[in-house]
Design a protein around this ligand. Structure first.
Ligand SMILES: Cc1cc2nc3c(=O)[nH]c(=O)nc-3n(C[C@H](O)[C@H](O)[C@H](O)COP(=O)(O)O)c2cc1C
Length: 189
């Protein structure tokens, strides 16, 4: 199986990166081909909102890393998205990526959007400093998960697992239970 990991954290040793690393190791051990993309390493111009891509199925802006990631996504069987919660949402650089590749993920029709990623599975992961259960109640990590869920729903991904880890300042070390959740999620792909 080909798996694309989209790492939305700028911190290569942060909690998102550690958890995605566990999932990558687990997947590779069972023979999957895994590619990790760090959104902060990508050069992506922001969407200009012209909507031309909705009719032309091509972005009007000159090609950049967003199209490169879209191609990897199209060839992948499954994706894993990991995003720290920033302002109750996903980080801006990750949002930039998805804004630029809407046309490759769903097609506008007069009625309902047609999902273009159908058949692919997906795991969503988010972390935040707000401790449990407030990270859920006050839509902190839950806000980031909601934003990724929206992208997945309209593009047709089947979400097989979501992981939320609050309290990253109070409890900066991953527990055995956290690690176990990551390994278990991979089994769902
Ligand atoms: C710009 C910015 C905005 C943030 N916004 C929130 C927030 O709204 N709620 C929250 O609980 N934590 C917030 N945080 C804290 C991060 O979610 C937290 O540090 C997270 O665990 C970082 O994960 P990482 O180390 O894997 O990158 C924010 C951090 C930054 C840098």
């Amino acid at each position: 199986m080909k798996i694309l990991i989209i790492n939305g954290s700028p911190k290569k040793k942060g909690m998102i990166s550690q958890m995605l690393g566990i999932m990558q190791d687990e997947a590779e051990q069972r023979g999957d081909m895994v590619q990790m993309v760090y959104t902060n390493n990508l050069t992506i111009k922001p969407c200009v909102g012209c909507m031309a891509c909705r009719t032309k199925q091509k972005c009007a802006i000159a090609e950049d890393d967003s199209q490169r990631v879209l191609k990897i996504m199209q060839e992948a069987d499954a994706i894993i998205m990991g995003a720290p919660c920033y302002w109750g949402n996903i980080p801006g650089q990750m949002k930039l990526l998805f804004d630029r590749i809407v046309y490759g993920m769903m097609r506008d029709t007069p009625r309902f959007p047609e999902p273009l990623m159908k058949g692919k599975r997906c795991i969503l992961l988010s972390t935040c400093t707000t401790p449990w259960p407030w990270n859920i109640w006050f839509k902190q990590s839950r806000g980031a998960i909601r934003a990724m869920r929206e992208i997945c729903r309209y593009s047709g991904f089947k979400i097989v697992a979501t992981i939320e880890r609050g309290g990253t300042v109070m409890h900066p070390q991953l527990s055995e239970k956290d690690k176990q959740k990551c390994r278990k999620a991979i089994k769902q792909l």
